[in-house]
Design a protein around this ligand. Sequence first.
Ligand code: GPP
Ligand code: MG
Length: 302
Amino acid sequence: MSGTTALAGLYSAIEEIARLLDVPCSRGKVWPILAAYGDTADALEQSVIAFRVATDARHAGELDCRFTIPKDVDPYALALSKGLTTETGHPAGTLLSDIQGRCPIDCYAIDFGVVGGFKKIYSFFPPGDSQDLSRLAGIPSMSRSLDENMSLFARYGLGGKASCIGIDYPDRTVNIYFTGTSAECFESHAVLSLLRETEQPDPSEQMLKFAQAGFGIYVTLSWDSPRIERICFAAMTSDPMALPVPLEPRIGKFVRRMQDAGGERKFVCAVASSPHGEYYKLQSYYQWRPWIVDLMAAEAPV
Ligand code: GPP
Ligand code: MG
């Protein structure tokens, strides 16, 4: 398939899913982002491509799309050169090149909102090469919040377990993804005490129950405060509607559409704790590639 055909197919899928979700989608907004990365992504043929919705007010009316790109592309330089983002002088803008200079990278992914435009760049570390937090905290442009929470992360067994970093440019936040952690991290007593120690609201029973099936934990840090903004627990499922989680009818329609498309029926559902309350995120894989399992270290925790 040619690059342009693959991009056109992806664009139609985005348009269709956006319609199902009542999210306004315009070609003028989405196409430049696809086109910026489409040429680089080997016709997107090898990429993992996912759609994501979330249940909180901040994400209402939005559909996020993310796809992987190979490591020989510099995704931030490309975003700048194509005018998808602008240099602001904030350390978030330097973080990716600092990571590139200090850490092994397996591949990247980019994330954009159909409404909000270009948002994030993820760098995945190679399978089996999770990074030590001390190395990440030593990165000059990294949020100091990582350093300030280092002993807390170590106490919860997350110290050497960073498998991915996500930089959110408009929000000026950084996500640190921990995978391959011990199963104990997902037990209710551990979840409860982690949330209490980080001054998050107490979790609902539903959140505690959901977190038990988790394979990954991730935190969102800003550069403004040492406080951890959000903590998420993510679980794989093939049937999100069977989870003990409230999903609105429009999300039900999205799930059914993605399930009916055949294929692998892979979903990652995550529960997020934030000072504004708990919410759920649902990521559906439009194009799954088996190699992503190693990157996510998504096997059941040991
Ligand atoms: C989870 O975080 C998403 C990823 C790790 C990206 C996976 C993408 C692929 C193409 C494999 P998030 O970006 O949804 O978190 P947030 O809630 O902070 O937006
Ligand atoms: Mg987001």
